[in-house]
Design a binder for this molecule. Structure first.
Ligand code: AMP
Length: 578
């Protein structure tokens, strides 16, 4: 409580002088990394802020990919940063289909903890009653891998949950998790999900909040009740753990807290047997007051589903962060999802903002502005400089300045540049989708002809993220030059080919079943023209009409037209290798 007060006071004082804090962070980064190869190459030794901003190029991942790969190969030299690098983070961003890698430096987890503590303090400030009771958080880790040079590489949150900062944290009554650490650290996501739900149910009467980092994970975890409620109820009725949990550490930890509780089992049976999950969270966890999960950006599409499952419990979307750095916190945890904005913490990294230009020509001339110079109502791409070897690095996230808290700007998340389809952590861009479709069509085309004996052509295609299935999946609509009924086996392979061509993060999602099998829907020739006609009938330009490569959920009219043309649908028969 006292600590929370201190954190909030510190936040308030940061908001009065973001410029000073930014100058200090940058000066420290410049001093510390002065002797790196990167600084040498760009003439940044002993650079002031002005020199740095003049000489250091604004870069993307591809610009430092060689250095990153050399670090991953075990080259010990200080290529990018002075901090020794013993581990690397794999992000959900991809480069050439593979995970992007980022150096992990000392101090990262202390910053992570600081942000999580601050988020808790803000939530407790605005929602009384969360300091007591239990927290059902769906926290997961993934198994790591080694880089060619032998450095462990894993996602940032996996690193955090395994870190001493997390494992040895003092008892915090506001974050008294229902799941034991062994469940959080179980790398088998199915067993971990089962145990999270079971432990959450064991403590059902005491749970005051539920959460996890991203809303997609929350929805997926709660939806598992559909398949498991009878098994979970049986475990609770009898006090014996299902055989599905084979991880020894998990079993032991869960068995320690599992007791026969027939009364609770009856509540579960009654709540779940209707076959609908509407409002299931309130039914099973009657004291729950809020859901702590990110619902901005790609996660916005899950707001409706979270509302459905929780019968409208408040959603607190608290943190904006990435593998590269932590950025901001939401000062109004209980605001409507459409009003969410994040205040950047100015002492974490040095931020610049590249104005989002209306035209390509202008984009090449614009220079990034500093945190204190952003203007309300304007949109910017975030550019960061960190103590982990990223200097003026474009994050690919577009933000809008919604206002200010004291002198600190508040940013809403607008979009990720270039992301078309996203279900979980996957971020498929237009080029990746195009490659996937072209590869699949090239494989299909051979020897396939129309009734008239003509070679078949792919007239056009579009896509849709279908969140109504469990798990959600990609739907790709193809319009062929003539209506062709494909052999199911061949069509299935075509779906598989598309999946195979997508990124490693998509493949991981398929393996872990957070993403369902890709579906190909064939539409009758002329269907996409009807979309153009419809746009024209409502005043759109016929000559400039372009079929969107992805149909958004709220484009109901367009979806209706495409769906009305569907004459066949096929699914990928298996998940691609991860
Ligand atoms: P990763 O590095 O895999 O953790 O992914 C980080 C990316 O997730 C960010 O660059 C954003 O695009 C997205 N992200 C993280 N937090 C938020 C948030 N609060 N709102 C919207 N998008 C977010």
């Amino acid at each position: 409580m006292e600590n929370e007060q201190l954190l909030l006071e510190k936040l308030e004082s940061s908001s009065w002088s973001p410029g000073e804090a930014q100058d200090k962070v940058l000066a420290e980064i410049l001093e510390k990394n002065a002797a790196t190869d990167y600084f040498n190459r760009h003439g940044l030794r002993a650079a002031t802020k002005e020199v740095f901003r003049q000489r250091a190029p604004v870069i993307e991942y591809e610009d430092i990919k060689d250095e990153i790969n050399r670090i991953a190969d075990g080259e010990a030299a200080t290529l990018l940063c002075a901090n020794p690098i013993a581990d690397m983070f794999t992000s959900s961003g991809t480069s050439g289909g593979a995970h992007k890698l980022f150096p992990k430096v000392e101090g990262h987890y202390a910053v992570s903890k600081y942000f999580f503590d601050l988020a808790t303090a803000l939530l407790n400030r605005d929602l009384p009653g969360l300091r007591t009771g239990k927290a059902l958080y769906f926290l997961y880790v993934r198994s790591g891998r080694k880089t060619p040079g032998g450095l462990p590489a894993y996602p940032a949150l996996t690193g955090y949950y395994n870190s001493l900062e997390f494992r040895n944290r003092p008892f915090d009554p506001s974050n008294d998790y229902t799941s034991p650490l062994e469940v959080i650290l179980c790398t088998d996501s199915v067993q971990a999900s089962y145990c999270h739900l079971l432990c959450g149910l064991i403590h059902a009467r005491d749970v005051t909040k539920l959460g996890c980092f991203f809303a997609s994970v929350f929805v997926r975890s709660i939806r598992c009740l559909e398949a498991w409620w009878q098994e979970l109820s049986r475990d609770i009725r009898t006090g014996t753990l299902s055989e599905r949990v084979v991880d020894p550490a998990c079993r032991e930890a869960v068995e320690k807290i599992l007791r026969p509780d027939p009364e609770l089992a009856n509540v579960i049976d009654e709540a779940c047997s209707s076959g609908s999950l509407k409002g299931i969270v309130r039914k099973l966890w009657p004291s729950a007051k809020a859901i702590d999960t990110v619902v901005t950006g790609a996660m916005e599409q899950y707001v409706g589903e979270v509302d459905y499952l929780t019968d409208g419990l408040p959603i607190a979307s608290m943190i904006y962060a990435s593998s590269e750095s932590f950025f901001g916190v939401n000062l109004k945890p209980l605001c409507e999802p459409s009003q969410i904005s994040y205040m950047f913490l100015p002492e974490t990294s040095y931020y610049e903002f590249l104005p989002v230009a209306r035209s390509e020509e202008k984009a090449s001339r614009e220079e990034p502005v500093e945190l204190v110079d952003v203007e309300q109502g304007h949109e910017y791409e975030l550019v960061i400089t960190t103590n982990a070897g990223l200097y003026r690095y474009r994050m690919g996230d577009v933000l809008r300045v919604e206002g200010f808290h004291n002198k600190a700007p508040l940013f809403s998340f607008v979009c990720r540049t270039n992301v078309l389809l996203s279900i979980d952590s996957d971020k498929t861009d237009e080029k990746e989708l195009q490659t996937a479709v072209m590869n699949a069509f090239a494989a299909l085309r051979n020897g396939v002809t129309s009734k008239e004996g003509e070679a078949i052509r792919l007239t056009d295609y579009t896509s849709y993220a279908d969140l109504s299935s469990n798990p959600p999946h990609y739907v790709i609509y193809w319009e062929l030059s003539s209506e062709l009924h494909l052999e199911p086996e061949k069509a299935g392979e075509c779906c598989y080919k598309m999946e195979e061509s997508l990124s490693v993060v998509y493949h991981r999602g398929r393996m872990e079943r957070s993403i369902g099998a890709l579906e190909l829907r064939l539409v009758t020739p002329g269907t996409f023209n009807r979309i153009a006609d419809d746009a024209a009938s409502r005043g759109g330009s016929v000559s400039q009409f372009k079929l969107p490569r992805c149909i958004k959920k709220n484009a109901t009219r367009m979806l209706e037209i495409v769906e009305s043309g569907v004459y066949q649908q096929y699914f990928s028969p298996r998940a691609p290798k991860y």
